[in-house]
Design a binder for this molecule. Structure first.
Ligand SMILES: Cc1ncc(COP(=O)(O)O)c(C=O)c1O
Length: 387
């Protein structure tokens, strides 16, 4: 089980991003942690080994990534997975048949699909609510509720939930409070500070940041919960390979630097688009016109590089996503390169059309993952695409 060591919390976030979980390698002093590409480890005698027995259970490259992210989030333990969905599945596997979960209605489409189409067949029940208002969450709680699961900002409508208010509710009702922090990253938002019990990520996105691997991570801050997650990780076995862990770890070293640039570019692009008559609406928590801008300022240290725009019709959305040149039309987000996507036919196609409509996720909505390129070039690209 990977527990962050005291020394992993030395220094500020940029120092920890570079150093937490890593020491120079003992054989040659390599500054960069090796990729321990092995499935097993030699034992000196029965039960005598260096703490490493089999690589599904433990791998030094994976451990370094886990300690690094635990440190950045301010948790005590972390567990890496072969995808973000693997991480989410593991957290939901903490529950048993008959248990109920209150989940944000505007979560990633794959999360909704896992709950609604897979785990509901195994006896878990889910209620999806608008988590912008904590009263909606409170109202959905039943005697069988065990978990509150939220994303903030949400994907793709950039709605926020009040982490402190939901944290208080979870504590008073003794519910497990799980936050998918993929969009904000620990550089912009640390849900443990507001009462979360579990923080998870698709490391595929900002933590890796280079669009060259798929992975997930679960961070916990109690020994009891960590033991349960580790048991499922080892039993189910959805673990990442050491090379993918190494790529994610290389990514987290520059996470603070990249997030500053994503944030600066995201603000500039959002401001530009909000003054453009060709765009009906801009969804970005950093804009003063965002209805939850004050909450964003309270619980986030920046607003990041994700935003969505309403273009009014499917036809208009289709034209714009086909015309951008720097913004590649692609699924995913959080890489150094800018991406453009159409949630209703791509990331959120799994969400039933009626539910998409009810929550305001229209066919004219386009999502932007603003990368770290020169912002003038990004704005020029959007300008020509909107023409
Ligand atoms: C917020 C969020 N959580 C989880 C996931 C799932 O992660 P993965 O694609 O790594 O399985 C995604 C994927 O887009 C996501 O956007």
């Amino acid at each position: 089980m990977t527990r962050a060591a005291d020394r992993d919390f030395t220094g500020g976030p940029s120092t920890r991003a570079v150093h937490a979980g890593q020491v120079p390698e003992p054989l040659a002093g390599a500054v960069t942690l090796p990729i321990y590409q092995t499935s097993t480890y030699v034992q000196e005698g029965l039960g005598q080994h260096k703490g490493y027995d089999y690589a599904r259970t433990v791998n030094p490259t994976r451990q370094a990534l886990e300690r690094n992210v635990a440190s950045l989030e301010g948790g005590t333990h972390a567990f890496a997975f072969s995808s973000g969905m693997g991480a989410i599945h593991t957290v939901l596997t903490l529950l048993s048949a008959g248990d109920h979960v209150v989940c944000g209605e505007n979560v990633y489409g794959g999360t909704h699909r896992l709950m609604d189409k897979v785990l509901s067949r195994q006896g878990l029940t889910f209620t999806f609510v608008d988590t912008r208002d904590v009263a909606n969450v409170a109202k959905a709680i039943t005697p069988k509720t065990r978990m509150l699961f939220v994303e903030t900002p949400t994907n793709p409508l950039m709605r926020l939930c009040d982490l402190a208010a939901i944290g208080d509710l979870a504590r008073s009702q003794r519910l497990l409070f799980v936050v998918d922090n993929t969009f904000a990253t620990p550089i912009l938002q640390r849900p443990f500070e507001f009462g979360a019990d579990v923080v998870l990520h698709s490391t595929t996105k900002y933590l890796n940041g280079h669009s060259d691997m798929v992975g997930g991570i679960v961070v916990a801050r109690s020994d009891d919960l960590a033991e349960q997650v580790q048991f499922i990780q080892k039993s189910v076995g959805a673990v990442p390979g050491p090379f993918d862990c190494w790529l994610a770890l290389r990514g987290t070293k520059t996470l603070p630097l990249r997030m500053r640039q994503h944030d600066a570019n995201g603000r500039a692009v959002a401001e530009y688009l909000s003054c453009d008559k060709r765009v009906q609406k801009v969804f970005y928590p950093g804009l003063p016109s965002h209805p939850q801008h004050d909450l964003a300022k309270r619980q986030m240290q920046g607003f990041g590089g994700m935003l969505s725009i309403e273009l009014g019709s499917l036809e208009r959305a289709r034209t714009v996503v086909a015309r951008t040149k720097l913004f590649y039309l692609a699924e995913s987000l959080g890489g150094v390169e800018s991406l453009i996507g159409h949630p209703s036919s791509m990331t959120h196609a799994a969400v039933p059309a009626a539910m998409r409509e009810a929550m305001g996720l229209s066919d004219g909505l386009v999502r932007l993952s603003v990368g770290i390129e020169d912002v003038e070039d990004l704005i020029a690209d959007l300008d020509q695409a909107l023409a």
